[in-house]
Design a binder for this molecule. Structure first.
Ligand code: SAH
Length: 284
């Protein structure tokens, strides 16, 4: 598939130098959510090492570059991660302009920090290009503001599994349940039953709103609205497929008013005042 490359506005864009690695976020899926720095990098790279979650179509904007797939499945041993990092070192040492492209933001649960550390330890210069993370942009595409003055002034981003693929034992779910109005869970589908039970045991209501957003911002985006106690059952019944962002908190209700994708298709908002404030959203 080919797509014409969007034109970059005239400005002095950074030049990729041979022997450098640019570690770059590709956003959650929709190519329109790339940054201009990412596009600039796609245009110049000799080689692109990309992950499974890099949106379809994005790579077609870099036909000149060799494209190497480095996707990993969650839960595999970390040795493979080290191989990827060392491959980047080798490519840079071979004098390539290397673009390391990752889904979302490279420093949000993407192990970008580890890769950058290995590169720096090997004397390879790096540039970091942030991206829109699925836990923010993916929720926005579902009509869920990740913060909102009325219901969530605090948000926690948390991973649902650790390096071994188990539910992460070091996470203080009690503390998160008490201290964070909105909880946004990456890689959480496998351990959803344990996570919901722990949050309920820590005092979150069983009927607290939950949204599961799969393949967010892509043409396959699906949003399931459920509750903390029903989330696992409903996800199974709906046959949800990863990748998924799980979002827990009253802010999920705002989707009833802000599901802009349905509105773009001509549907009316389900509820203009989902938080039952009985007043205009913008009153002081
Ligand atoms: N660096 C990425 C996260 C990588 S971890 C970022 O900032 O978004 C991989 C997890 O991210 C997935 O298991 C899923 O929880 C989430 N994710 C990434 N892309 C997604 C998408 N398009 N829709 C839903 N979840 C997504």
């Amino acid at each position: 598939m080919t797509t014409s490359l969007p034109h970059l506005p005239d400005q002095d864009w950074p030049l990729m130098q041979p022997g450098w690695v640019w570690l770059c976020g590709a956003g959650p899926g929709d190519p329109g959510l790339l940054t201009l720095h990412a596009l600039n990098a796609l245009r110049q790279a000799d080689v692109i090492v990309y992950d499974a979650l890099v949106g379809e179509g994005i790579l077609s904007w870099a036909d000149q570059a060799e494209q190497i797939y480095a996707g990993k499945r969650g839960g595999k041993p970390s040795a493979k991660q080290r191989d990827i990092s060392l491959r980047l070192v080798d490519l840079a040492r071979a004098g390539k302009k290397v673009l390391r492209l990752k889904g979302g933001d490279p420093f949000v649960f993407g192990r970008g920090g580890e890769e950058a550390q290995t590169l720096v330890q090997h004397g390879v210069p790096v540039r970091i290009i942030p991206g829109i993370s699925a836990g923010i942009g993916g929720l926005a595409y579902a009509g869920i503001p990740v913060t909102h003055r009325d219901v969530n002034q605090t948000v926690t981003f948390v991973t649902g599994h650790d390096q071994t693929g188990d539910a992460p034992s070091s996470i203080d779910w009690d503390g998160i349940a008490r201290g964070s109005q909105m909880i946004v869970i990456y890689m959480g589908m496998k351990h959803l039953p344990q996570i919901s039970s722990q949050l309920i045991a820590a005092g979150r209501p069983e009927n607290e709103p939950v949204a599961l957003v799969t393949s967010a911002t892509t043409g396959k985006q699906h949003v399931l609205e459920t509750t903390l106690s029903a989330a696992h059952r409903d996800a199974n019944a709906a046959g949800l497929q990863p990748p998924a962002i799980i979002c827990v908190g009253r802010g999920v209700l705002l989707r009833q008013a802000l599901d802009w994708q349905s509105m773009a298709q001509g549907l009316s908002p389900r509820n203009l005042d989902p938080l039952d404030r009985g007043r205009p959203a913008e009153s002081a």
